[in-house]
Design a protein around this ligand. Structure first.
Ligand code: NAI
Length: 256
């Protein structure tokens, strides 16, 4: 392995790690040598991923957590520190969507999306960031979306929350640069995961439309997010902070 990308001896926390993009990133970090703390609401899914990581050969710890609950987040941070001694990498991945036309969007749904996708990302960054500041080093990677800069119909709360994530990334990067904490984002387009299946099931020929709209001519695979995450977590990205990398098959590059 190129030593620039070697994460041996580092400890990463991945939220929403039981499936989809979070799972792929967790496995990618482990393959680069990191010990990985897996956090999400569903323990059974997490245990399966933990077993896969142990087979790769690094350590893994499962800590269930709802990112809307500050006490859960504190527990993940405390248990990670107790077990591994430091928190080197945070992947703020947990997220959700509810699709409804804007004029019918219910306040409860709006609040739920913002609580998970934006407030949850901020709180996890804040709690883990406090430890990284004490250590004088750390990497925070927030999973955004192409919906942060392009309008996805029926997704007013989702897009607003992800736009917020991009700005959160920049502000934290600027405030915490002096503490050696780099904060960046990854913005995927449509990736084949359970989240996209819920959107796709509700809309006729959704996959066909996405494929046609994407310059690379297909949806992404969750594994295709791991490379950007390993890169941003590694020494190779030491001078990158406040940036959001779009992993989108050309989605945001397309004009006409
Ligand atoms: P998914 O639905 O397959 O997985 C989401 C994970 O987050 C699940 O493990 C779920 O349990 C967890 N989660 C949800 N709410 C939570 C909460 N309150 N507390 C703790 N964990 C919670 O979704 P997917 O597709 O893997 O998405 C991961 C991230 O990538 C999300 O932030 C999503 O917005 C983003 N994304 C996904 C895209 C896609 O096409 N799949 C496109 C752009 C962004």
């Amino acid at each position: 392995m190129n030593s620039l990308f070697n994460l041996s001896g580092k400890t990463a926390i991945v939220t929403g790690a039981g499936r989809g993009i979070g799972k792929s990133i967790a496995l990618g970090l482990a393959e680069s040598g990191a010990n990985v703390v897996l956090s999400s609401r569903t323990q059974s899914e997490l245990e399966e991923v933990a077993n896969e990581i142990r087979k790769i050969g690094t350590e893994s710890l499962v800590i269930p957590c709802d990112v809307t609950k500050p006490e859960d987040i504190q527990q993940v941070v405390d248990e990670t520190k107790n077990r591994f001694g430091s928190i080197d990498i945070l992947i703020n991945n947990a997220g959700m969507t509810i699709k409804t036309p804007a004029e019918e969007y219910e306040l409860d749904n709006w609040n739920r999306i913002v609580a998970v996708n934006l407030t949850g990302v901020f709180l996890f960054a804040q709690y883990a960031g406090r430890e990284m500041i004490k250590q004088n080093r750390g990497r925070i990677i927030n999973i955004s979306s192409v919906g942060s800069t392009t309008a996805l119909t029926g997704s007013v709360a989702y897009c607003a929350s992800k736009g917020g994530v991009n700005m959160l990334t920049k502000v934290l990067a600027v405030e915490w640069a002096k503490y050696g904490v780099n904060v960046n984002g990854i913005a995927p387009s449509y990736i084949e995961t359970p989240l996209v299946k819920t959107v796709s099931d509700a809309k006729e020929d959704f996959a066909g439309k996405v494929t046609e709209r994407t310059p690379l001519g297909r949806m992404g695979h969750p594994n295709e997010l791991a490379g950007a995450a390993v890169f941003l977590a590694s020494d190779a990205a030491s001078y990158i902070t406040g940036e959001t990398i779009f992993v989108d098959g050309g989605w945001t590059a397309l004009g006409l």
